[in-house]
Design a protein around this ligand. Structure first.
Ligand SMILES: NC(=O)c1ccc[n+]([C@@H]2O[C@H](COP(=O)([O-])OP(=O)(O)OC[C@H]3O[C@@H](n4cnc5c(N)ncnc54)[C@H](OP(=O)(O)O)[C@@H]3O)[C@@H](O)[C@H]2O)c1
Length: 289
């Protein structure tokens, strides 16, 4: 019997100070809500659109959520966000590098001629392709580096005792999926992000900062509007077993649960870990996982 035997203690995030990039919408908003409504001291949500961040704060309705306008592809903007948080509270325990974009799709119907495939894929501009890596991977790296000092102070501060400071990136099962869903650039950029976080987990060992990866499957958000059609995708039966074994898309609980696990004492022994939450999708897809 330990103090942590009860689920309430084991998954407790009371007092945590977190930063969530892309925290104003979709999965970032679900994760922000999970932390904010479970006793987080502060959750700073970063994104480019001020009104989206402010709407998220109003929706959650708690004064522990702080909106900060910040483009994560801009080093100066990252430095300003860090400076604000340094002044406001002085440390963080958790950074969730969650911002991301779908990038160009270039989808072609199955059975298309090679000429059609070639035309459809070649017409994607290299800049659009590269920009997907820029937001999904490069910016995750610079966001992490920008917050290292505050994560270190989070370890020294000792106000949150449920695990050492950590970075969690929202990557994707796209990093393992050998079938194209969102696009070639998306999957490859997420594979790079997953690898980046593993490398960071090893690199940051001497600094006692952990790095873990969340790999969601399909969740209805702004990012996936183009991939989901028809009836409520989260209703069981919305997808065939051979596409998503759970037969549905993910719900807020399906990302909140894994996040609370990683952020609390329950996940404190995880470092360099990759948590899939995909309803079993990679089990029925050719994948490198
Ligand atoms: N939905 C899924 O099925 C799914 C599956 C696997 C992985 N994911 C990943 O989950 C993460 C969140 O996506 P989502 O599905 O929740 O879609 P979403 O609602 O579109 O969220 C994306 C967030 O990223 C922010 N963002 C984009 N570019 C940014 C930039 N340059 N600087 C700062 N913030 C930026 C957006 O805010 P602003 O536009 O206001 O900046 C937005 O809040 C992404 O990394 C995505 O790849 C999603």
């Amino acid at each position: 019997m330990t103090a942590y035997s009860s689920a309430i203690n084991l998954f407790d995030v009371t007092g945590i100070v977190a930063v969530v990039t892309g925290g104003g919408s979709g999965l970032g908003l679900f994760m922000t809500r999970a932390l904010a409504t479970n006793g987080a001291k502060k959750v700073y949500i970063l994104g480019r659109r001020k009104h989206v961040l402010e709407q998220a704060v109003a929706e959650i309705g708690q004064d522990n959520v702080v909106p900060l306008q910040c483009d994560v592809t801009n080093q100066e903007a990252l430095k300003s966000a860090v400076a604000f948080i340094e002044e406001d509270i002085g440390y963080i325990n958790l950074l969730i590098a969650n911002s991301g974009i779908a990038g160009p799709s270039g989808s072609v119907p199955p059975g298309s001629s090679i000429t059609h495939v070639q035309e459809a894929l070649f017409e994607i501009s290299m800049q659009d392709f590269t920009n997907t890596f820029h937001v999904n991977c490069t910016a995750v790296f610079y966001t992490t580096i920008a917050f290292l000092g505050l994560l270190d102070k989070g370890n020294n501060n000792q106000s949150y005792r449920n695990g050492r400071s950590q970075v969690i990136a929202t990557s994707s099962i796209g990093s393992f999926n050998r079938r194209i869903t969102a696009g070639f650039a998306y999957g490859a950029s997420k594979a790079a992000t997953t690898m980046l976080l593993k490398v960071l987990a090893t690199y940051l060992v001497p600094y006692r900062i952990r790095a873990n990866i969340l790999c969601p499957g399909l969740f209805p958000t702004d990012l996936t509007t183009d991939l989901i059609h028809g009836k409520d995708p989260t209703e069981e039966g919305a997808f065939p077993l051979d596409q998503i074994p759970a037969e549905r898309a993910g719900t807020p609980e399906d990302i909140m649960g894994p996040l609370l696990y990683l952020a609390s004492r329950a996940g404190a022994y995880c470092n360099g870990n990759c948590v899939l939450t995909d309803g079993g999708r990679l089990s029925v897809t050719p994948a490198t996982y």
